[in-house]
Design a protein around this ligand. Structure first.
Ligand code: ADP
Ligand code: ADP
Length: 222
């Protein structure tokens, strides 16, 4: 699913990633843990095409998602690639406040010009999977924290992405809602063979993922 090697990233003189190599198989639920500043978010942003590696030619950086290399795509190609192949969940749901839950979830399908009927069917199925069917027409400020985060997960899934990157997805939830969200990741993996890569400080989650990658000073050390 993901094959990446020689990922470097520097901000000025600060070398944040020092030649990261990572392989991720389809259907894996992976956690990335490590101290603050280790480079976890930066790695996720680069794997997710939201940021670019430094000097990829010099370092011979290779990153492929589902066999497709994207390090040398231009911005327009990258936006399309990202919208179709990658889903994101962040610590704060980042739903658009003036839209309903359903409208928020459908937004990525509009951007990629997907069939409306099929998109609606998929959205209803996801609201069902995520136990949100009674929240379709609620706006984000009418949802609980756990519900809003589940809507964000539905939005990440709507285009059937190859992979979902989550950066501290339960960082803003109480432990009950956090456990609940984590269980949903595994349920979605079991149902759709969905691949998840999750940066987390939650030790319970890290212990139950298929693999726990530990980052330290810009490298994966296990
Ligand atoms: P983690 O997610 O493990 O906490 P990050 O990837 O967020 O680590 O950050 C790694 C290091 O890179 C930190 O020292 C951080 O301050 C620095 N950093 C991250 N983004 C930027 C940026 N845009 N400009 C400068 N430094 C940054
Ligand atoms: P996280 O908690 O996910 O590691 P951070 O608080 O480290 O997030 O970073 C939040 C945002 O700020 C990121 O987009 C990161 O790129 C940026 N950032 C982090 N550190 C710096 C920095 N020293 N200078 C500029 N931007 C930074």
């Amino acid at each position: 699913m993901i094959k990446a090697k020689n990922i470097h990233k520097s901000y000025g003189n600060l070398e944040v990633l020092k030649g990261v190599e990572v392989h991720i198989k389809e259907g894996e639920v992976i956690s990335i843990v490590g101290e603050s500043g280790a480079g976890k978010s930066t790695l996720l942003q680069i794997l997710g095409t939201l940021d670019s590696p430094s000097a990829y030619k010099k370092y011979g950086t290779e990153i492929t998602l589902d066999g497709e290399s994207f390090v040398n795509m231009n911005d327009r190609q990258l936006s399309k690639f990202r919208n179709e192949k990658i889903g994101f969940v962040f610590q704060f749901h980042q739903l658009l406040p003036e839209f309903t839950a359903l409208e928020n979830v459908l937004l990525p399908t509009k951007i990629s010009g997907k069939n409306v009927k099929e998109s609606m069917d998929k959205a209803y199925a996801l609201f069902d999977d995520l136990r949100l069917t009674d929240r379709l027409h609620h706006k984000p400020n009418e949802l609980s924290g756990g519900e809003a985060q589940r809507v964000a997960v539905a939005r990440a899934l709507i285009n059937s992405p190859k992979i979902i990157y989550a950066d501290e997805p339960s960082g803003n939830l109480d432990s009950k809602n956090a456990d609940d969200l984590h269980q949903l990741f595994f349920d979605l993996r079991d149902k759709y063979n969905q691949t998840f890569v999750i940066v987390t400080h939650n030790p319970k989650l890290a212990e139950i993922t298929d693999r726990k990658l530990i980052m330290k000073d810009g490298l994966i050390i296990n």
